[in-house]
Design a protein around this ligand. Sequence first.
Ligand code: ADP
Ligand code: MG
Length: 296
Amino acid sequence: MIPKVKFYDLSAAGRKILNENEVCTFYFDRDNLKARGGMSHIHEQTLLSGRKVATKGLPSDKPLNPENVFYIANEAKALCELSQVKSHPNIIEYYGLVRLGERPYVVMELLDEPQDQSSRSLGSPLPVEEVLTIGLGIAKGLHHVHKHGLTHRDVKPSNFVGDKLIDFAFCWKNGQPIVVDGHQHSSGTPGYFSPAILGGSEPTIQDDIYSYGVALFEMLSGKAALPPGTDPVISRNILGSKIADLAICRGLTPEIAELLFATTQTTPEFGVMRENGFFTSCRDIVRFIKTLINVD
Ligand SMILES: Nc1ncnc2c1ncn2[C@@H]1O[C@H](COP(=O)(O)OP(=O)(O)O)[C@@H](O)[C@H]1O
Ligand SMILES: [Mg+2]
């Protein structure tokens, strides 16, 4: 028999969107498996009210050790902080954290079209207008994250679904994990790290912005921008020349090339590419993209 889901740490989770009457028995098998991430499995669940939600939890073959549990709990805490007042249209909506036996699961909005932007764009570049629309939404979502004093630390196309930002497992607040458990936790994904992070610095807003620029490049070019772990100085040169090549081969406007340069050249030692300085906030990126496409 599959035990009934119990609430877990909901007092700390703030907004209580699921209520006891709505909860049903959750199932975790192949039939309702929606997607597999590097760390997790996403399952579709139907509540007693008929409402569909998604659960994100550890695959059954992953040991239930503190490090693995940390990623689920840390994501729940981050999403909870971000949805305290109201949910943001560009961030996956959080419903709660539940526990089945000892296994924790984040309960969240079920995305109808779960294909992430990495699997859509790798090998087949997306149209420029579409990348700008996705980029606008993600910059708005990321600005919301930064306004709360958080850094996402894993910005990349496989964590964009439509124009929503997902996967807050690596999210930090004030330079440390949100769930502090005394363990050393690795960060993000090599290939998207900024030169500063590769050099050993603490991740900041600028590093999220750098990864965002690399993500835009990937969606526009259909190729990963940099081999994982590329030396910081080399990566700056490779990326700069790849952006210039991309601009020529796809006929990008100078403004779009500037957007790519100004997001990925983030540290003063690597030069300032925009006349008014590089982008230091996602709000500036939102304003800039709005001048390039027709939106309200
Ligand atoms: N709420 C959701 N609804 C539907 N599919 C989702 C949802 N969240 C994630 N996915 C799918 O699952 C994949 C992995 O999710 P993610 O949160 O990135 O897990 P991981 O931390 O393991 O990388 C995503 O790329 C996406 O395709
Ligand atoms: Mg992910």
